[in-house]
Design a binder for this molecule. Structure first.
Ligand code: VGL
Ligand code: ZN
Length: 187
């Protein structure tokens, strides 16, 4: 069974958010096309979300490198309004404990168990951000033995340093992840 994982399309990672990814909202339309395709085929659609406590260690005030973002229950942590979330969507909240960050949807969650119980062996990944949560989710997907495809035109990067997006893409590729366009994936 093939599953779709939509990574962190939350207000804080979109324009106007506290950790806005450049053109982050550009992933919404292609993500919706993937969601529609997987839903029509009765395949699992998983939404991960960054879900931090207000005093999270990744925030600058608490010794981390990021502005306050995706605090659990706030508007910034909500999924973007434009995202089509099916009624039977599976939501995975991550990086919930104060002293630990988790970029991968697999880290500290029951995502792997959920996928196993659904008989998933193949994963398509899209969302935000290419160089953090998309990358780490894809690397863990490969490590956990899933056939892993990243939707190449449905991801955007933070790019703290210029070129981080390209580096992340090479890392994912050399780990064994494949890249395909949304057009190919919905065909
Ligand atoms: C992310 C930076 C900090 C992400 C999460 O979702 O890629 N990036 N927290
Ligand atoms: Zn975060």
């Amino acid at each position: 069974m093939k599953a779709l994982i939509i990574v962190d399309i939350q207000n804080d990672f979109c324009p106007g958010g506290s950790l806005a990814v450049k053109d982050g909202d550009c992933v919404i339309e292609p993500a919706n096309r993937l969601i529609e395709k997987f839903t029509a085929e009765d395949k699992p659609v998983i939404f991960t979300r960054d879900w931090h406590p207000a005093d999270h260690a990744s925030f600058a005030d608490f010794g981390g490198m990021w502005p306050v973002h995706c605090v659990a229950g706030t508007v910034g942590a909500a999924f973007h309004d434009g995202l089509s979330i099916p009624v039977n969507a599976i939501v995975i909240s991550k990086a919930k404990s104060t002293d630990k960050d988790a970029y991968s949807g697999f880290e500290g969650t029951d995502l792997n168990e959920k996928l196993q119980s659904l008989g998933v062996d193949s994963i398509v990944i899209a969302g935000l951000a290419t160089d953090y949560c998309v990358k780490n989710t894809a690397l863990d997907a490969v490590k956990n033995g899933y056939h892993t495809v990243v939707a190449e035109d449905c991801i955007r990067a933070v790019n703290v340093n210029p070129g981080d997006d390209e580096k992340a893409i090479s890392e994912m590729r050399s780990s064994g992840a494949a890249f395909k366009s949304v057009a190919e994936l919905v065909r």
